[in-house]
Design a protein around this ligand. Structure first.
Ligand SMILES: NC(=O)C1=CN([C@@H]2O[C@H](COP(=O)(O)OP(=O)(O)OC[C@H]3O[C@@H](n4cnc5c(N)ncnc54)[C@H](O)[C@@H]3O)[C@@H](O)[C@H]2O)[C@H](O)CC1
Ligand SMILES: [K+]
Length: 500
């Protein structure tokens, strides 16, 4: 997907909210069939642009307005001279409203999907189900979809690949895999949440004439993570600035043979613009860390007393705790101590797992403290802290991250190919610029370090997590396939360089 090039403010609406926007637009006097004509024309234009050599198309139309888009697209392709065969999954007489109008305006024959024959076609237009998919696809329609899958013909999907839930990105029964998805007015979560994102191919967002005021009125506090969301929060380098004005981050190291993760985080933080970074290591890990650190400082923090002494220095204004640190009560104690101050904390990896059996302790410490806290779980860590949310199959990843942020009082960065960042106040973004090869050992340690660097530069927690996820993705794209976390830590660019 070419999403890393997407710029601008992009609200993401669930299909339900989009339906409300449609209805409000139509009630305000906009002709619904006109919207469908623009939508269908965009689909045929996409086919003609990307498959100019195709000598024949099949168009699969479903029972609702998604099917209506298909009839309009079929007409556009036929008028452009492409032989088109159109199949309906239902008796076409059952269509209503704009979809029935679109059917009436289609001059060609309508075949039953049961008679699907794709052999002289080179492209499939999928207009079976879009926003209205509300149950698993089964029976004859599912069989026809399996036939399309096995044909290996390229698919262009109207709004969403059929079978992909626009709300969650989950596959409902069976789904078509599209090379291009043409969607309307706003993106939907299912375009970016996995596995849906993998079924969408390139997603093309088309303005079909729905007024922005209607989209804004149904704003769901969910956006694509683009620089426009937070560009005014990027720390500006000041000529008068000195290293302490750019913050001082402490990164806790594990014991003697578990020190690499902290150094990856520390290196990434320095690259990401933290003024000073100190690795805080137990006595057993001083020698191994000292052998590898130059620009980064090192301090012995073995005990609770050492931590208390460290916290006397007000200039150390943020911490990363968890990477390689070890799971246990010591970790919980360090986290609670830091949260009880006003220092920022990124709690990652072992820092999260340590609270597996006492997550409520963590959340009440956060509620009582003044510190901005960011939790950075991957799916496994998420299910340890929020087992009920992880197990609830009705929830989307966005729902889960939001409910976790609300419950914990922390900003939650829920990792994955479709990282979701949610704040306790309900704001959420989906990050989509991370290439698959970013999922490499140590990559998360680098991300934790970048977040810490932004926090100590006084970037608010939600924006710090969103900017960091984006920077991490950009570095991954820039370095290319085969990168290691060492390359990544070296390849992080400070935001003022990256976004100049
Ligand atoms: N976004 C816009 O501004 C516009 C969108 N358009 C297109 O309209 C569809 C949404 O149309 P809707 O009629 O609400 O839903 P669908 O066509 O996706 O399907 C509803 C239809 O399907 C039945 N159904 C649902 N799930 C199943 C299933 N698993 N098996 C069988 N049948 C199922 C359901 O009962 C309904 O009958 C949107 O995606 C756009 O493509 C407009 O054209 C332009 C404006
Ligand atoms: K579709």
């Amino acid at each position: 997907m070419t999403v890393s090039e997407i710029r601008g403010h992009h609200p993401i609406l669930t299909p339900k909210a989009m339906g409300e926007v449609d209805r409000a637009a139509i009630q305000s006097g906009i002709d619904g069939y006109r919207l469908m004509l623009i939508a269908g024309a965009a689909i045929s234009a996409c086919v003609l642009e990307h498959y100019p050599e195709a000598t024949g198309a099949i168009v699969l139309c479903g029972p609702g307005n998604n099917g209506g888009d298909g009839y309009v697209a079929a007409r556009g392709l036929a008028e452009a001279g492409m032989p088109v065969r159109l199949y309906s999954s239902v008796d076409p007489e059952r269509l209503k409203g704009d979809a029935a109008t679109a059917r009436d305006d289609w001059q060609g024959p309508i075949h039953s999907l049961a008679d699907l024959d794709w052999r002289d076609s080179e492209i499939v237009i999928d207009a079976l189900f879009g926003a209205g998919l509300d149950r698993p696809v089964e029976g004859a329609v599912a069989e026809a979809m399996m036939t399309v899958v096995s044909s290996e013909l390229p698919v262009v999907a109207a709004d969403l690949p059929s079978g992909v839930s626009g709300r969650t990105g989950e596959v409902q029964g069976v789904a078509l895999s599209a090379e291009h998805t043409v969607t309307f007015a706003t993106y939907k979560p299912g375009h970016f949440l996995v596995p849906g994102a993998d079924y969408c191919g390139d997603v093309h967002l088309i303005d079909i004439g729905i007024p922005q005021r209607e989209i804004d009125a149904h704003d769901q506090n969910l956006w694509l993570n683009t620089p426009e969301i937070w560009s005014d929060r990027i720390p500006e380098p000041k000529l008068s600035g000195h290293k302490y004005s750019k913050g001082h981050l402490g990164v806790f190291s594990g014991a003697f043979s578990h020190t690499g993760a902290a150094r990856l985080a520390a290196h990434s933080a320095l690259r990401a613009g933290a003024g000073l970074v100190t690795v805080l290591a137990p006595a057993s890990a001083i020698a191994s860390n000292a052998a590898h650190l130059t620009a980064i400082m090192l301090r012995n923090v073995s005990s609770d007393e050492d931590l208390d002494a460290l916290l006397q220095d007000q200039r150390m204004n943020g911490f990363v705790l968890g990477p390689g640190f070890g799971v246990g009560e010591k970790t919980c104690g360090f986290a609670r101590t830091i949260i009880s101050t006003d220092r920022a904390l990124v709690l990652d990896a072992d820092g999260l797992t340590s609270f597996k059996d006492n997550a409520e302790d963590l959340f009440s410490a956060i509620a009582d403290g003044a510190a901005p806290v960011i939790l950075t779980p991957h799916a496994g860590e998420f299910s340890r802290l929020f087992p009920d949310l992880a197990a609830d199959t009705e929830l989307s990843k966005v729902d889960r991250a939001r409910m976790a942020a609300d419950r914990s009082g922390a900003v939650v960065l829920y990792k994955g190919a479709d990282t979701v960042i949610a704040a306790p106040d309900g704001r959420a973004v989906i990050n989509v610029n991370a290439p698959p090869w970013l999922a490499t050992a140590g990559s998360g340690d680098c991300l934790a370090g970048i977040i810490g660097a932004l926090l100590v530069q006084h970037v608010p927690a939600f924006e710090a997590a969103a900017i960091a996820a984006y920077m991490h993705g950009e570095a991954g794209m820039e370095l290319g396939e085969g990168l290691t976390a060492d390359d990544l830590a070296d390849g992080i660019l400070s935001p003022s360089v990256l976004f100049e």
